[in-house]
Design a protein around this ligand. Structure first.
Ligand code: NIG
Ligand code: FE
Length: 411
């Protein structure tokens, strides 16, 4: 049993419902608090006035964290951390004037990553993904969704999903797996797109389901990538195999993907740079959570997501890193929070709700993560001695996180 005592403020206490609209501006906290972790779970907590009494027989380790905040770990509900190598030459191409879409249309982008991934062994992929994951944990991430989508062949997609399975065994972090066979159309299928979609539906999906390799199914439905009609086909097939949709939508244009995602009960629609009243009206009565990825907009120089408009319309918002080699080569949730505040005009409290309980919902781990609640996984972090919670997004690129506990163990 491990107890943290004299916590300056315990943050996100007993917040177990999805937080929407105006509610996002408030955080439940306890000042001058203690937190007890036992058997990998959050056992109990309270104000120091009610600090529990222990006898000498109790096996208790007590740590004093005076002046420091304790929070639930971030839930990063959208990442692509299994990839074979960086794409820094495209980064330079974009500096010189090419757009992300032009690079993709010329056979670069995701297709470049796929080429390299198919030449890379499962062991090599595992090693680099594990390294990225370890770094993310040190930045406070305690739950992560990871996608396939750089294979685009039966073998490549399965290899990626098996790497994700192995990451689950190698760490105590909460991991959800997302099958994104429909990330791009491979060049050889350019003039016969349906043949690749058939490959996804008839060859990949049955194995993914049989070997229980994924929780979610994803499609990059956008201008230049998958169409609405293709999205519907793939989601219908995935749902038959028990996968929940969680899709890339409205990053480059507005082609109606959000409405289709809602119709199919998607857990989330991610990106949402191009979102209008029509999408908001379809999202409001639904369970589908719009997930904003501001570091991708930052890196590609796109317009930022209209978070204010969305929150003021009453929507819940989730935040994630989108860590990938093409549009967001960073797994830093603290930086995402900074961008959310600085560029999306979210308040620090809104950003923290979005990056914890709401992103837990967006990856369907809200029963075990996203808040300080009895019985949830003891995935929490302790900050440095910072003057205020607002200081975390304010001091962008400064590491404010001193200790990370995953299942109650110091990492
Ligand atoms: O979420 N938008 C689609 N997929 C990724 C980028 C993939 C890549 O460029 O490698 C994203 O931004
Ligand atoms: Fe993505």
């Amino acid at each position: 049993m491990l107890i943290l005592k004299n916590i300056k403020q315990l943050v996100q206490v007993n917040t177990n419902e999805l937080v929407r609209g105006k509610e996002m501006a408030t955080l439940n906290t306890i000042d001058n608090a203690w937190l007890c972790m036992h058997h990998g779970k959050i056992d109990s907590f309270g104000a120091m006035d009610n600090f529990p009494k222990f006898t000498e027989h109790d096996k208790v380790e007590i740590k004093d964290v005076s002046g420091k905040y304790v929070m639930p770990c971030w839930c990063d509900s959208h990442t692509h951390i299994v990839f074979a190598g960086p794409r820094h030459s495209e980064f330079v191409d974009r500096i010189k004037g090419l757009s992300y879409e032009q690079i993709a249309a010329n056979g670069g982008g995701i297709l470049n990553s796929a080429l390299l991934l198919n030449q890379t062994t499962e062991e090599e992929l595992l090693e680099s993904a594990y390294h990225r994951l370890r770094n993310m944990i040190h930045l406070g991430t305690g739950a992560i969704e990871i996608k396939s989508g750089y294979g685009l062949t039966v073998e490549g997609e399965l290899k990626m999903l098996r790497v994700i399975q192995q990451l689950k065994q190698m760490t105590n972090v909460i991991i959800k797996s997302n099958f994104l066979g429909a990330h791009a159309i491979p060049l050889q299928y350019k003039n016969n797109r349906q043949a690749y979609i058939d490959l996804i539906i008839d060859k990949m999906l049955p194995i993914v389901a049989e070997e229980k390799l994924a929780d979610f199914i994803d499609v990059f439905c956008d201008r230049g990538f998958y169409t609405i009609q293709e999205l519907e086909q793939i989601l219908e097939a995935g749902i038959k195999y028990g996968l929940t949709p969680k899709i890339h939508a409205n990053q480059l244009d507005n082609i109606g993907a959000v409405q289709v995602a809602v119709k199919y009960g998607a857990a989330s629609v991610d990106h949402c740079e191009h979102i209008t009243h029509a999408e908001i009206d379809s999202l409001l009565p639904s369970q589908t959570i719009p997930t904003l990825l501001p570091s991708a907009a930052f890196f590609l120089g796109l317009n930022y997501q209209p978070a204010r408009f969305m929150i003021d319309s009453g929507l819940p918002i989730a935040l994630a890193t989108d860590y990938n080699p093409g549009s967001s080569p960073s797994g830093s949730m603290p930086f995402v929070l900074s961008l959310a505040c600085i560029k999306l005009k979210m308040t620090p409290a809104e950003a923290i709700n979005a990056a914890t309980i709401n992103s837990a919902y967006a990856m369907k781990v809200n029963n075990i993560a996203g808040s300080i609640s009895k019985g949830k996984a003891a995935n929490v972090f302790v900050t440095n001695k910072i003057p205020s919670l607002d200081y975390i997004p304010y001091s962008f690129t400064e590491n404010c996180i001193e200790q990370v506990y995953i299942k109650g163990k110091l990492v």
